[in-house]
Every structure is written in structure tokens, then in C-alpha cells.
Design a protein around this ligand. Structure first.
Ligand SMILES: [Mn+2]
Length: 329
């Protein structure tokens, strides 16, 4: 146990011991890490005989419903009465990242804030923010080890889901030796990794696979094959009966092509143009997205332009990307 973690974990242990009625929540529009951590913490507290209200402001994507304990989460509905003594917020970099929690902040005695975002604010009574951690699930696993929690197989499955989704199956730059060690611990505790892999990574509806096929057929390579571009028009979505939101993962495909530095996916949506950008690593695509009113990360960014013409956006965007690529030489 490293020295920085220990005093913080000690304070969390004390707060958990003292609390009787807990409110546990992750962030709005929850991902695997937020919900997986919420479920594992709630399950552990119940095992200790505590009363728990697990909350999520929004429902997740369909692929996260396999996690054990999902039926115990209260979606969108805050309780009628606020008589909690302790609130545990996971992955919430600011006070209201999880929803409108002002009434709760006014009534609870203790707020435990656990997060791995570099922008995390210290609004809690006890704050544990570790930006070195790949995920909140990684921190919760370490905390459970500290608490000698005897992680159950179901809790391990939830935490493993958070760990693999936040690290992109241990491929993103946030995966560390510690992430892999924590993965190993969760596996030893009985995490059902087959189920996680099947549901999250190896399941795609027929329509979405057909859409991927159509997208790959429309793939263009520009600027000596350094720039990949796919445009999906309104009629592509109509023809296959899919929603423009069902394009997850498509933009990353052309990055596999050796010469490609940047991949673009342009979608014609009702009343607007939506664009996803991916970079192999040399170009910071968030800087390009900012030029169009969007944002994101160096390797993955996006933007939406309301009431715009596809061709106009496309021309400007391609020019901007080529300008960045030409700086590499
Ligand atoms: Mn996370």
C-alpha cells in the first residue's frame, strides 16, 4: 500500500463505519466505470448491513444492463425524503456532475468524493482524487483491498467492466502496471470476463454491422493516404433504418490503415452536421474540433454544427486537417 493512499483510505474507512444510510451515485450519462463503481460500492455497503440508495441521473446504453445489481439502481428518481447521513460520489469532478444534489449536500453529514479526473474538485468531507488511476473502478478495487472487503464475483464483474471500458481493454495510455494488477485481482475474485467481452465488445446489431459495411464502402483516402474520410448521408441512415447515433466505432476503423494519420466521420443528421475525428497520435484533433466549436481529446474529438451545409463544412474541415498534417513534414 503506498503512503499517499493510506491516510485517505483510512478516512474513507472511518466514514463508512460511521454511516448508516448511504446515497451512492456516479455521473450523469453514466459509462461503465461510473455505473460499475456505483454497483460495487453499493453492494459492499449492503453486505455491511448499511442502507443504500444507489442513484443514476440517466440510463446507460443497452450494453451495460448485464452488470449484476442493475435492478437496484434508481434511475432519474431522487428519493422523496433526504435523510441520508453519508453520500458517496464516484467519478464526479464537481458537486453537481451527478445531478442536482444541492438538497442532499444540505442534509448529509459526510460526503465521500472519489474520482480519477485531473479536473476533480475537493468538494467532499473526504476527498480521494487520483489522476494516476486509470478508472474509478481501479481506485475502488484498491480501497476494497485496503478494507479487506472480500470482493464478491458480482462486484468483481462490475469493477472489471469499469476497468476495461476506461482503459479500452488495457490499450489506452492510462493503463498502467497497477491497472493490470487490479485486473488480475478482480479475475481472482471471480469477475466474469467472458460475459464482459461478449456483451461489450462482441455484440453488434445486424443493422449496425450493415451500416459499418456501408461506411467502409464510402471510405475515401486523401492527401497521399494520410487522411481518411467517411461521409454518411441522411439517405444511408434511412435505407438501413438506423439512427445516426448508431455509428459508434466507425471512425476508428480507418486508423488501422498504415499511412493514415487522421480519420474523419461526417454525419448528416436532421438539421445539423455531426463530425467525429480520430488521430493515430501525431496530430491533436481536439485543436481542429475547437475551430468548429467542438472539443475532446488529442486522439478523439468531435463537433456539431447546426443548420450547416455538408459540403461547406467538409471542405473547410479537410483543409484544416491537411494543414495540420503538412506541419508534420
Ligand atoms: Mn472513469
Amino acid at each position: 500500500m503506498n503512503k499517499i493512499k493510506s491516510p485517505k483510505f483510512k478516512a474513507i474507512k472511518k466514514a463508512i463505519k460511521k454511516g448508516k444510510k448511504f446515497f451512492v451515485a456516479g455521473h450523469q450519462n453514466p459509462d461503465g466505470d461510473s455505473l460499475g463503481s456505483t454497483l460495487a460500492v453499493s453492494s459492499y455497503l449492503r453486505r455491511l448491513g448499511k442502507e443504500v440508495y444507489a442513484f443514476s441521473n440517466d440510463r446507460p446504453g443497452e450494453d451495460l444492463y448485464f452488470m449484476p445489481g442493475m435492478e437496484t439502481v434508481n434511475f432519474s428518481v431522487l428519493p422523496d425524503e433526504f435523510d441520508f447521513d453519508t453520500m458517496i460520489l464516484l467519478e464526479c469532478s464537481d458537486k453537481n456532475r451527478g445531478g442536482n444534489f444541492e438538497p442532499l449536500f444540505n442534509t448529509v453529514k459526510t460526503v465521500i468524493n472519489i474520482d480519477h479526473h485531473i479536473t476533480g474538485q475537493e468538494y467532499g468531507t473526504v476527498n480521494y482524487i487520483n489522476a494516476q488511476a486509470s478508472s474509478t473502478a481501479e481506485i475502488i478495487t484498491e480501497l476494497f483491498e485496503y478494507l479487506k472487503a472480500d470482493i464478491t464475483p458480482d462486484e468483481a464483474t462490475c469493477l472489471y467492466t469499469g476497468l476495461v471500458t476506461d482503459t479500452g481493454r488495457f490499450l489506452h495510455s492510462n493503463s498502467s502496471a497497477e491497472s493490470l494488477r487490479v485486473g488480475s485481482v478482480l479475475l481472482s475474485c471471480g469477475a466474469d470476463i467472458q460475459e464482459v467481452n461478449t456483451v461489450i465488445y462482441n455484440t453488434k446489431p445486424y443493422k449496425e454491422l450493415k451500416l459499418l459495411g456501408r461506411a467502409l464502402e464510402k471510405l475515401n483516402l486523401l492527401n497521399n493516404d494520410t487522411l481518411a474520410e467517411i461521409t454518411l448521408n441522411a439517405k444511408d441512415f434511412e435505407l438501413l433504418g438506423v439512427d445516426p447515433r448508431h455509428t459508434q466505432g466507425i471512425v476508428s476503423q480507418p486508423i488501422m490503415i498504415p499511412a493514415v494519420e487522421v480519420s474523419l466521420l461526417l454525419r448528416e443528421e436532421p438539421g445539423r452536421i455531426a463530425v467525429n475525428l480520430r488521430s493515430k497520435g501525431k496530430i491533436d484533433v481536439s485543436k481542429i474540433a475547437i475551430l468548429f466549436g467542438g472539443g475532446g481529446h488529442a486522439r478523439a474529438a468531435g463537433f456539431k454544427v447546426e443548420g450547416a451545409q455538408l459540403t461547406e463544412i467538409k471542405d473547410r474541415l479537410i483543409t484544416s486537417v491537411i494543414k495540420e498534417i503538412s506541419k508534420l513534414k
